[in-house]
Write a protein that binds this ligand. Structure first.
Ligand code: ADP
Ligand code: TYD
Length: 212
C-alpha cells in the first residue's frame, strides 16, 4: 500500500509520517518511509543562490514553469527508480508529499503546462492520499515557532493560502484523496490516519497487534 501524506508546508506531514511509522512498527508489517530526492531541483536552488544570494529566493526570478518542470522530472525519476521497488517490497510505504503536493504547488505558481501534468500522470499513484488540512494562519504560527528550520521565502501567509486552496480544489476531484483536519493535537491526527488506512485498505483491517 502506498500512502501519501500531503499538506501545505508546516501542516505536519513529516511529523505524521514519523508517528504513523512508530504506530505501525508494533505490527508485523514491513513499513518504510519515502521522500523524493531532489537532484536537478537542487540546481534551481543553486541558480537562485547565484542570482539572489539565497537558495529559496527563486520566485519570480526563475520562471515557475522551468522550476516546476524540473521538480516534476525529479519526482518521476524517484518514482521509477526507487518508489516502485519500495512498494513491491513493503506492506506499507509512507510517502512524505506525493503527486497531490507537487501538482498543488505547480498550480499555486500558476503553472498549467501540459508537459508537467503528463509527467505527474506517469508517477506511481498512491492507494490513498491523506491531505492534512489547516488554515494558512495556523501553519504560519507553527513555522514561526519551529526552531529547527527558519521560514523560507514561500512559507508566507499569502502564498500558503493560495497553496491550500489549490490542494483542496485538486483533492476534491480525486476519490482516493481524503481531507482531514490538521488543526488538532498530533496524536488525534495520527489516530485518524490509522483508522482511514484500516477502513480503506483490505488486509490492514485485520492487523495482529504484537506485544511490545
Ligand atoms: N498537530 C500539531 N500541533 C502542533 N504543532 C505541530 C503539529 N504537528 C506538527 N507540528 C509542528 O509544526 C511544525 C511543522 O511540522 P512538520 O511535520 O515539519 O510539517 P511539514 O512536514 O508538513 O512541513 C514542526 O515544528 C512540528 O513540530
Ligand atoms: C513540492 C514543491 C516544493 N517546491 C518548493 C517549496 C518547498 O518549500 C521547497 C522544498 O521542497 P521540499 O524539500 O519537499 O520541502 P520540505 O523539506 O519543506 O518538505 O521547494 C516547489 O517549488 N514546487 C513543488 O512542487
Amino acid at each position: 500500500m502506498l500512502l501519501s501524506i500531503a499538506g501545505i508546508d508546516g501542516s505536519g506531514k513529516s511529523t505524521q509520517v514519523r508517528e504513523v511509522l512508530k504506530r505501525l512498527s508494533r505490527f508485523p508489517l514491513k513499513v518504510e518511509c519515502a521522500k523524493v530526492d531532489f537532484h536537478a531541483t537542487l540546481s534551481i536552488f543553486d541558480l537562485a543562490n547565484h542570482l539572489r544570494g539565497t537558495p529559496d529566493d527563486y520566485h519570480p526570478w526563475i520562471p515557475p514553469v522551468l522550476r516546476e518542470f524540473t521538480v516534476a522530472c525529479d519526482v518521476l525519476r524517484y518514482s521509477q527508480d526507487k518508489l516502485t521497488q519500495l512498494v513491491e517490497r513493503c506492506d506499507v510505504v509512507l510517502w512524505d508529499r506525493g503527486p497531490l503536493c507537487y501538482r498543488s504547488y505547480a498550480s499555486a505558481y500558476g503553472v498549467t503546462d501540459r508537459h508537467v501534468s503528463v509527467i505527474y500522470d506517469l508517477v506511481a499513484k498512491p492507494d490513498l492520499t491523506i491531505l492534512i488540512d489547516l488554515p494558512a494562519e495556523a501553519v504560519v504560527e507553527r513555522i514561526m515557532m519551529r526552531g529547527e528550520k527558519p521560514a523560507k521565502m514561500d512559507e508566507n501567509l499569502e502564498f500558503l493560502r493560495v497553496v491550500r486552496q489549490c490542494y483542496l480544489d485538486i483533492a476534491r476531484k480525486d476519490a482516493r484523496c481524503i481531507v482531514i483536519n490538521g488543526e488538532r493535537a498530533t496524536a488525534a491526527v495520527t489516530d485518524d490516519i490509522l483508522s482511514l488506512c484500516r477502513e480503506r485498505i483490505p488486509g490492514l483491517g485485520v492487523l495482529h497487534y504484537q506485544m511490545p
